[in-house]
Ligand binder design. Structure first.
Ligand SMILES: *[C@@H]1O[C@H](CO)[C@@H](O)[C@H](O)[C@H]1NC(C)=O
Ligand SMILES: *[C@@H]1O[C@H](CO)[C@@H](O)[C@H](O)[C@H]1NC(C)=O
Length: 129
């Protein structure tokens, strides 16, 4: 027998919670050392979050999640070849629509993002500060 209730069913609440959790999942940031011959020393932080310093060998990648409940920017300070390079790896204004993964390739002259359609790091219109 089909019973139609005027009240939301437990299933409705279950589905609502599942979709809210999915919406708040946030982004994943990947940062890959493509510097060929250099170690990449990297320190990333946001207004209220601080990831420890890490050292990446060539072709190694670091990954961290971002749950952006409020507008935020994650900036990484990177050191190679005796010089500092800064990059906003995540900016909720800039990246709010990009999707759930931001995959950076750190190269000498500029950083590039992975284009998921081509599966290549061909989005290179970025620069270090
Ligand atoms: C990714 O590459 C495809 C195919 O070349 C291109 O059409 C698309 O605009 C690129 N994505 C972005 C975000 O530029
Ligand atoms: C590259 O980025 C700059 C500034 O963000 C923008 O003005 C310019 O149109 C972009 N060039 C291309 C080819 O997307």
């Amino acid at each position: 027998m089909v019973h139609t209730s005027p009240y939301p069913t437990p299933l409705f609440f279950f589905l609502l919670i599942v979709s809210l959790v999915a919406l708040s999942e946030g982004w994943s940031v990947y940062i890959r050392n493509d510097l060929k011959s250099d170690l990449l020393t990297i320190l990333c932080k946001s207004e209220d979050n601080h990831l420890g310093m890490q050292v990446l060998n060539y072709e190694r990648e670091l990954n961290f999640p971002i749950e952006a409940m409020s507008p935020t920017t994650f900036t990484c300070t990177m050191d190679w070849n005796g010089r500092l390079h800064k990059l906003d790896v995540f900016n909720s204004k800039r990246d709010g629509k990009v999707g759930r993964d931001l995959k950076w390739s750190i190269q000498n002259d500029r950083p590039c993002l992975l284009n998921s359609s081509t599966n290549k790091y061909d989005l290179c219109n970025y620069s270090y500060n």
